[in-house]
Design a protein around this ligand. Structure first.
Ligand SMILES: [Zn+2]
Length: 166
């Protein structure tokens, strides 16, 4: 980035960190020519986020598509727009603050799985079956066993956090 004081094109980043609201990356820069210091903020605009598909194709991030994909994992009777909105917003926020502009479908899939895991276990298994392309019933059994195991571990964690206060 060009120095705003002397116009020299070689400035370096001294340190970079996310802002308190996690919505931007703040970089402190220094000009190697005149020694001036200045700060830049890097924010991601959603329309510039690109999704890298399995076949390597880059397509613009489509929020609505993510909503449809999460909705399709939910059972009709438990389809809750607020719940879906919370999941999608949280994922989008994470993408916005990740600092990456090219996001693989794999990363997004894993994020959806993580969000569904605690919120809606049935939707989690349904989503996993599509996303991981389950071939037979054993894949379902493996997925559910893993889920039970992880939820046990989570409960142990919760207890460990609660105990010191009791
Ligand atoms: Zn300069």
């Amino acid at each position: 980035m060009r120095c705003p004081f002397c116009g020299h094109s070689d400035t370096s980043v001294k340190d970079s960190r996310t802002t308190d609201d996690q919505a931007a990356i703040r970089r402190r820069r220094i000009c190697s020519e005149c020694g001036s210091r200045f700060t830049t903020f890097e924010r991601i605009q959603l329309r510039d986020l690109m999704v890298v598909k399995k076949n390597g194709e880059h397509v613009p991030f489509d929020r609505e598509k993510l909503v449809r994909s999460v909705s399709s994992a939910m059972q009709k009777h438990s389809l809750d727009p607020d719940k879906i909105e919370r999941i999608v917003s949280s994922i989008v926020r994470q993408l916005e603050t990740s600092g990456e502009t090219d996001i693989s479908t794999h990363v997004i899939g894993e994020m959806v799985m993580r969000s569904l895991f605690n919120l809606d276990p049935v939707a989690y298994v349904r989503f996993a079956s599509i996303y991981k392309d389950f071939a037979n019933v054993h894949d379902f059994i493996d997925c559910i066993s893993l889920m039970e195991q992880q939820s046990k571990e989570t409960n142990i964690d919760k207890q460990a956090h609660i105990e010191p206060n009791n």
